[in-house]
Design a protein around this ligand. Structure first.
Ligand code: RIB
Length: 320
């Protein structure tokens, strides 16, 4: 077994989910839902997505949990999937992260997160990670469910070690839309909502996604991929490319972005060009929305390859 090629810096949550007929408005109660609990957190989801999508070496997660039942169960699950957890810190006296999620009958969701231990991962924790962890990896994938200064340090360290860095700016935070941040980000992967926050303009379709990509480029972000759900994604780099999504019946969109980012990281670590990597990542995201829950919905490499092949697309590693 080779060492993990993907380092994921992020969060670990337990998702408490109600799937109901529709999302309630403020102050409203909507009855008739069903409840399930599932392992989640954007960082953990991305590490699981990358591990399931990789040939063999999986991903290593840098994150924090509390010393409680949710944290113990989350770690046990991650280890069972094959995620390397030697970068996960256990913080006594703090609750582990929890996300309350509501999903409607069309698969749309809204999420409220109590970060708990996730917000106590520090830049010092990043400094203490062994050099070998970075030297062995090829890609660092980070999200914004860890504190901003910690993510910033992780990106800096990854760039210094020569890794490709991917930043999923979720949940969106306008403070990262600066050249100081973008100098450490090789690829930024906002969805429509996050892109709207970052550029201060509504992103809702392909033309506005292209516009947002160009605005991000002016901040020093040379390559952005704006994900657009059922409309696929738009790559804005030296040229603009719209990569269409797979057509699927959506059950639950939770972790679709994590599936996309995890698969993207794997494809890039294997030397794929950006367009092929996005086609593959779209396949992973498409499959994930056909199943309920965050981590339970994340597809294996075989499932992604089969789905893409069945739709007449080329598999990972094959030229387009
Ligand atoms: O991206 C989906 C994730 O966001 C959920 O698993 C939830 O924990 C929140 O972090």
């Amino acid at each position: 077994m080779s060492p993990p090629a993907i380092l994921v810096l992020g969060s670990i949550n337990t998702d408490l989910v109600v799937k109901g007929p529709r999302l309630p408005a403020a102050g409203e109660t909507v009855a008739g839902g069903t409840f399930y609990q599932s392992p989640g957190g954007k960082g953990a989801n991305q590490a699981v997505a990358a591990t399931r999508a990789s040939r063999q070496d999986g991903a290593r997660l840098i994150a924090a949990v509390g010393q409680d039942a949710f944290g113990d169960a989350a770690l046990k699950n991650l280890l069972h999937v094959g995620v390397h957890c030697d970068g996960v810190r256990t913080i006594p006296g703090e609750p582990s992260g929890v996300a309350l999620i509501m999903v409607d009958e069309h698969g749309q969701n809204c999420i409220s997160v109590a970060s708990g231990a996730n917000r106590l991962l520090t830049p010092g924790d990043i400094d203490q990670l062994p050099e070998q962890m970075f030297a062995e990896a090829r890609v660092l994938l980070a999200c914004l469910e860890a504190p901003l200064d910690t993510v910033h340090r992780g990106l800096q360290r990854a760039k210094a070690a020569g890794l490709t860095t991917i930043l999923d700016p979720a949940p969106a935070d306008r403070r990262i839309a600066t050249s100081e941040w973008m100098q450490y980000v090789d690829i930024l992967t906002p969805n429509e909502t996050e892109a709207s926050v970052l550029v201060g303009e509504t992103v809702a379709d392909v033309p506005s996604a292209v516009q947002a990509g160009r605005r991000l480029d002016s901040l020093g972000c040379r390559r952005s991929i704006v994900t657009l759900g059922a409309r696929g994604c738009v790559i804005v780099s030296e040229r603009v490319t719209h990569v269409e999504a797979m057509a699927v019946r959506a059950v639950d969109a939770t972790a679709a972005g994590d599936a996309f980012n995890g698969a993207l990281a794997v494809a890039l670590s294997e030397g794929c060009d950006l367009e092929s990597a996005c086609r593959w990542a779209n396949g992973a995201a498409g499959l994930s929305v056909t199943r309920p829950g965050a981590q339970p919905s994340l597809p294996t490499r075989e499932a992604i390859e089969t789905a893409i092949r069945d739709r007449g697309r080329k598999s990972i590693g094959e030229p387009l």
